[in-house]
Ligand binder design. Structure first.
Ligand code: THU
Length: 163
């Protein structure tokens, strides 16, 4: 038996002004996307924005439902919308942020497991890493690929293959 250690590398910024311009623009779009959040049950608003390789930004926000599991997170709303409307374009990066009662939250909103899995599939479709920018009002974290948030990704090429 051997014990192995997994390391992840990510960047932490203290303000949006420190970010490279493209990342700052995307995070600002995620803040704008908060306007589309529908969260009457949790009162927790999440905004997401996705940058495509043609420069287009697609926004998404969490959409809740009285039948709770029928709702959808901001990240998946944005990613599915991007893939549905621009199926031939790669998704370069995704930014997300959260607010409550109109105030940006200090802590960066880490994506849930299901959203990480969908991000993994986006990366598989892309054939290149997906950058993830997670913004809180106190700090912004940047991860250069989905592996940093979801190690040991389930992405077997054999599953669902038919001869
Ligand atoms: N939510 C997101 O939009 N993204 C996540 O990654 C985690 C949670 C939403 C779902 C729900 O509308 C609210 O946050 C509270 O869980």
């Amino acid at each position: 038996m051997i014990t192995k250690i997994l390391e992840i590398t990510y960047s932490e910024y203290s303000s949006v002004n420190e970010l490279p311009q493209k990342d700052a623009n995307l995070l600002n779009a995620a803040v704008e996307a908060l306007n589309g959040s529908y969260a009457p049950y949790s009162n927790f608003n999440v905004g997401a924005a996705v940058l495509l390789d043609n420069g287009v930004i697609v926004k998404g926000a969490n959409q809740e439902n009285i039948a709770y599991p029928s709702g959808l997170c901001a990240e998946r709303t944005a990613l599915f919308s991007a893939h549905a409307n621009y199926p031939d374009n790669k998704v370069v990066s995704i930014a997300l942020t959260s607010s409550q009662n109109g105030l940006l939250l200090a802590t960066p909103p880490f994506p849930c497991g299901a959203c990480r899995q969908v991000m993994a599939q986006t990366q598989t479709r892309n054939g290149s890493p997906l950058k993830i920018i997670i913004g809180g009002s106190d700090k912004i974290l940047v991860f250069n690929s989905v592996e940093s948030l979801l190690p040991f990704i389930f992405a077997s090429e054999e599953v669902g293959k038919h001869e």
